[in-house]
Design a protein around this ligand. Structure first.
Ligand SMILES: Nc1ncnc2c1ncn2[C@@H]1O[C@H](COP(=O)(O)OP(=O)(O)OP(=O)(O)O)[C@@H](O)[C@H]1O
Ligand SMILES: [Mg+2]
Length: 250
């Protein structure tokens, strides 16, 4: 799979402010990513795994420009990278109907002036792609199931045909059957639209199911990188071995 890189990260360091003076640290800021280098290839699903607090979301936010205090290099081939978050309920405005939420990225599109008819057609196309019936357009987020809400937030991310989606724990708030359906949806969208997906999860089994490459993070660094099949069968780092055995995989 010799492919073009859509994201190149070189020696990325990210810092957060220490808001309060802590008795444990007098430093004004703490370093959360400690020199990450990573390539994301066009059309792949790259999994990022690692324990809570290791910096997965920080990495995602740095890529989309939400973290400002950074050193190193991030080059992105496409600027329209979209994020899908863990908890669709907090990322969907509860006072707006589903149809409105899906249309919003088109209403605020600065590059293209979408006519109402074009917006409506695109909404219907995306509803089909995410596998939801049209009648849900008139409902509010609270009137959907968790899985339906996550489909909607994936739909919102898809509205402007992004080349890259970063999904930050997109299934971890859902129960197992619904998880499988959402994973199936992501895989299908990936195949149909050729979208590159950065898939963040602490679940190594889920990563195995859908990812072309996996990066294992710990304490702000990447400890291991490779094809899941190889990494799981023959892990090189002690930390990966620990994670795999904790997950009951080895
Ligand atoms: N806005 C912030 N200000 C200060 N510290 C932060 C901020 N966001 C995250 N952190 C800290 O940075 C570290 C990495 O957080 P991050 O959210 O990237 O972890 P994560 O790997 O996504 O964890 P999880 O699996 O729990 O989502 C943690 O120690 C966290 O407390
Ligand atoms: Mg996170």
């Amino acid at each position: 799979m010799e492919q073009e890189k859509v994201i190149q990260i070189k020696d990325l360091k990210v810092y957060y402010k220490n808001h309060r003076k802590s008795p444990f640290s007098k430093k004004r800021k703490k370093q959360v990513l400690k020199g990450i280098s990573l390539d994301v290839y066009e059309g792949e699903i790259l999994g990022i795994a690692g324990e809570s607090g290791c910096g997965k979301s920080t990495l995602a936010k740095a890529i989309v420009g939400m973290n400002k205090d950074i050193e190193g290099e991030i080059s992105v081939k496409y600027t329209d990278t979209q994020m899908v978050f863990q908890d669709p309920y907090s990322s969907l405005n509860p006072s707006k109907k589903i149809g409105w939420l899906l249309e919003e990225p088109l209403r605020v599109d600065k590059e293209k002036n979408w006519t109402p008819k074009e917006r409506k057609d695109k909404v219907l196309e995306i509803m089909k792609a995410i596998g939801l019936p049209q009648e849900l357009l008139e409902r509010y987020p609270s009137q959907l199931s968790g899985g339906q809400r996550q489909r909607v937030s994936i739909g919102v991310a898809l509205m402007r045909s992004p080349k890259v989606i970063i999904a930050d724990e997109p299934v971890s708030a859902l129960d197992v059957t619904i998880q499988a359906q959402i994973l199936q949806l992501l895989r299908q969208l990936h195949q149909e639209y050729g979208i590159t997906i950065l898939f963040i999860s602490h679940d190594l089994r889920v990563i195995y199911q859908i990812c072309d490459h996996v990066a294992i993070m710990k304490e702000g660094t990447i400890r291991e990188y490779g094809i899941p099949h190889d990494v799981y069968r023959n892990p090189q780092s002690e930390y990966t071995k620990e994670l795999l055995s904790a997950a009951g995989i080895r």
